[in-house]
Design a protein around this ligand. Structure first.
Ligand SMILES: Cc1cc2nc3c(=O)[nH]c(=O)nc-3n(C[C@H](O)[C@H](O)[C@H](O)COP(=O)(O)O)c2cc1C
Length: 178
């Protein structure tokens, strides 16, 4: 996998084809500028009615990170990441649950691709939604207004770069050709 070096970013197709979920990290620091770039990539996602319902909380504090890590079965993944980006949907601007959820998904994928293109590893953690209100409280935001959709731990990958194989072939997933 080609990592971005010297300001050179991998192209979009290469990033899409080589991205993988990364759940263990080296401990190397992720800069505030890198976090900002990942969030800016999320904000470039399409949104229904252009409502841009995404909101973000950045968690670096070891105490808060540790508390959030206890709210999922993926405790070690969250503890091992240098930073957590918690992705919320703002209920005050949402208009359709399915469409707003799709929008948040597009935002999350943009963030994963950006992290990968920048030479970082990240993963979409949704299992923690069982405790979404407690995650919101740890982040200091109102759980009534902000629906916690995804936690994205980010760090430098300590894993193999091999993309995760897909279970189905192209022919199996193309169900119509007219
Ligand atoms: C909606 C959604 C929820 C997910 N939730 C979790 C999760 O809670 N924990 C986790 O380790 N991975 C989670 N993932 C990541 C998937 O496990 C992963 O994308 C899938 O296994 C394919 O692997 P890849 O991302 O490396 O291609 C989630 C992905 C999506 C899209």
């Amino acid at each position: 996998m080609e990592k971005s070096e010297g300001g050179r970013k991998m192209d979009a197709m290469q990033a899409i084809l080589t991205r993988k979920s990364v759940r263990s990290y080296t401990g190397q620091k992720v800069t505030d500028q890198q976090v900002q770039q990942i969030i800016e990539a999320g904000m470039r996602a399409p949104s229904g009615l252009a409502n841009e319902p995404w909101r973000f909380a950045i968690v670096r504090d070891p105490q808060v990170k540790g508390n959030i890590a206890q709210l999922t079965k993926h405790t070690k993944v969250l503890e091992g990441a240098d930073v957590l980006i918690c992705l919320f949907m703002d209920n005050e601007v949402g208009y359709d649950l399915v469409k707003d959820s799709n929008t948040i998904g597009a935002c999350a994928e943009n963030m994963l691709l950006a992290a990968h293109a920048m030479g970082l590893g990240a993963v979409w953690i949704a299992e923690i939604r069982k405790n979404k209100d407690r995650v919101a409280e740890e982040c200091g935001v109102d759980p009534e207004r902000y629906d916690m959709m995804v936690v994205i731990p980010v760090g430098y990958s300590a894993e193999s770069a091999d993309p995760t194989p897909r279970k189905r072939t192209l022919d199996e997933v193309i169900i119509g050709r007219k």
